[in-house]
Design a protein around this ligand. Structure first.
Ligand code: PEP
Ligand code: MG
Length: 540
């Protein structure tokens, strides 16, 4: 791009929305320098001390952490207690190795294994292993915890990389945002930044050096840019954008507890997506029209399959929280980007096109039966909709309906309280979208994340192809419109619960496709309602 005179524009990827102006606080990853190795006994003692110190530091961070941060930190804490890992390091020390080499080599070996697997969960965890590796190495080398350079206040942190635990150590009240060379929008650091509203740009495409220290800069984490020594024009533009963002947030806040109404007077249902019931503690039921998607994979997070009663209890809580508003619970959508060790098949060459979602539930009938029973029992407590993911052909839904009928009959025979929930499907496989009129269901919910992935042939977890996976592609919008029309013709409800619905810029397009119900991330309720209110009405 043409750079206005004097300023330096570094392109990156926006990972957490926001805009900031301030001096650069540059932190380059200091080399740890030389460390002389001692005797095997001395090296053992040095390693033990470094690990104990790392464990103490992580403990301090856990104490002030929220659920997400605690999960990341506890994983690192557990690694420090992992006997196999420790055994491998100690083995090298006994053979005369230096503690820093043994620790680094062992962790690097683990990281390579984590990264080589198919499992997205383990690939993400590699980041945490490297974080822990650095922390222990710093202790071994006696490096002080690196404080921010002076004049950090109101600055923009620029670094080669930022580990999750380092992110959690920083005092973000002193900083306005960050830009890093490494990272990706799906990294833990990006997730932490989004959750805290800290503007973040990752993947900076430039070499960085000390001479940028203290330079005035603009962080544009909407377009994904760092501008060093911005000229007057850039500063004026970013100030206007900041003011617009602030007034947008303010207007959204004012709308959050009101129904979403188009300028034509039509009401649009705004439901919420629940990935983890913990989010409900911070969400007011009256701000939404109910729950449009519950990703029940949260039940299986620690690798144990909860029994019927535990599932029933989890579903009961959602229904109680909703207080009479409808609650949509999706049956297990394991596989693809949501693998569950011990449940999803291993060794598939392409798990996104393999046995995932409903396909897996139908192949593991015992698991599916437990979930259907718990759901049918919960349906007696309030308006419950059961939604099935990754449906391809009508016969699959016919099988699910037959299984649900068996479940209801079984509960009736035993005199267990239950009710028939509405039964619907996600529309996220292109052939299902094109033949929606043929499915015998009570409702549809369009899964735009997978629909876009399968239509554009771009893996949703691969940032390298992200620009091609454009939800504005006319083929995507045309297919959404067709599903809405098919639902209308059948007289069944249709909603959309993919990430498109949580993007205020895309909401008008969905309304133009005729949608009058969407399910969004709880944090975005206000901004989405604002986008609806501003929309002219469109098709419908
Ligand atoms: C989707 O595919 O759009 C969807 C909502 O489901 P998930 O993101 O859980 O696959
Ligand atoms: Mg999906």
């Amino acid at each position: 791009m043409v750079e206005p005179e004097g300023e330096r524009v570094i392109e990156g990827i926006a990972a957490a929305e926001g805009l900031a102006v301030g001096p650069i606080v540059f932190q380059h990853t200091a080399s740890l320098g030389h460390r002389a190795a001692g005797s095997p006994l001395e090296e053992r003692e040095a390693l033990n001390a470094a690990m104990a110190e790392a464990s103490r530091e992580i403990g301090v961070l856990v104490a002030g952490a929220d659920k997400l941060a605690a999960e990341i930190l506890e994983f690192q804490g557990a690694l420090l207690e992992d006997e196999d890992l420790l055994g491998a390091v100690l083995g090298q020390l006994d053979a005369g190795g230096a503690a820093h080499d043994a620790w680094a080599e062992t962790i690097d070996g683990e990281v390579a294994e984590y990264r080589a697997g198919d499992d997205e969960y383990f690939r993400a965890r590699a980041e945490d292993l490297l974080d822990l590796k650095t922390r222990v190495l710093r202790r071994l080398h006696g490096a002080a915890a690196c404080d921010l350079p002076p004049a950090a206040e109101d600055g923009i942190l620029v670094a080669e990389d930022l580990t999750p635990s380092r992110f959690l150590e920083l005092d973000w009240s002193l900083l306005r945002g960050a830009a890093i060379q490494g990272g990706s929008p799906t990294s833990h650091v990006a997730i932490l930044a989004r959750a805290r509203g800290i503007p973040l740009v990752v993947g900076l495409d430039a070499e960085l050096d000390d001479c940028i220290q203290g330079a005035p800069a603009v962080l544009d984490a909407k377009t994904g840019r760092l501008v060093i020594a911005p000229n007057k024009g850039t500063l004026a533009r970013i100030k206007r954008a900041q003011a617009a963002l602030a007034s947008e947030r303010c207007a959204a806040e004012a709308l959050v507890d009101r129904p979403a109404v188009l300028t034509t007077g039509d009401t649009v249902q705004v439901l919420i997506n629940v990935d983890d019931p913990a989010i409900l503690e911070a969400t007011v039921p009256a701000h939404c029209d109910g729950i449009g998607l519950t990703r029940t994979e949260f039940l299986f997070r620690d690798g144990h399959l909860p029994g019927e009663d535990a599932q029933f209890e989890a579903y009961r809580r959602l229904i109680v929280w909703a207080g009479g508003r409808s609650v949509t619970i999706r049956t297990l959508d394991a596989g693809g980007d949501k693998p569950i060790p011990g449940v999803t098949p291993i060794g598939e060459t392409n798990p996104f096109l393999g046995v995932r979602g409903l396909r897996l539930s139908l192949q593991t009938p015992a698991l599916f039966a437990v979930q259907l029973r718990a759901l049918a029992r919960a349906a007696a407590l309030g308006p419950l909709k059961v939604m099935v993911p990754m449906v391809t052909v009508p016969q699959e839904m016919d099988r699910v309906r037959a299984l649900l009928n068996d479940t209801l009959a079984g509960l009736a025979a035993k005199g267990v309280a239950h009710a028939r929930p509405a039964l619907g499907m996600m529309v996220e496989v292109p052939v299902a979208a094109m033949t929606a009129d043929r499915f015998d269901v009570d409702f549809f919910s369009i899964g735009s994340n997978d629909l876009v992935q399968y239509l554009t042939a771009c893996a949703r977890d691969n940032p390298a192809v992200a620009p091609l996976a454009d939800p504005r592609n006319p083929a995507v919008l045309e297919l959404i419109r067709r599903v809405v029309e098919a639902a209308r013709a059948k007289g069944v409800e249709v909603s959309l619960c993919g990430d498109m619905a949580s993007d205020p810029d895309l909401v008008p397009l969905l309304l133009d496709c005729g949608l009058r119900s969407i399910s969004v991330a709880p944090a975005l309720i206000g901004r989405v309602k604002l986008a609806i209110q501003r929309h002219g009405g469109g098709a419908g």
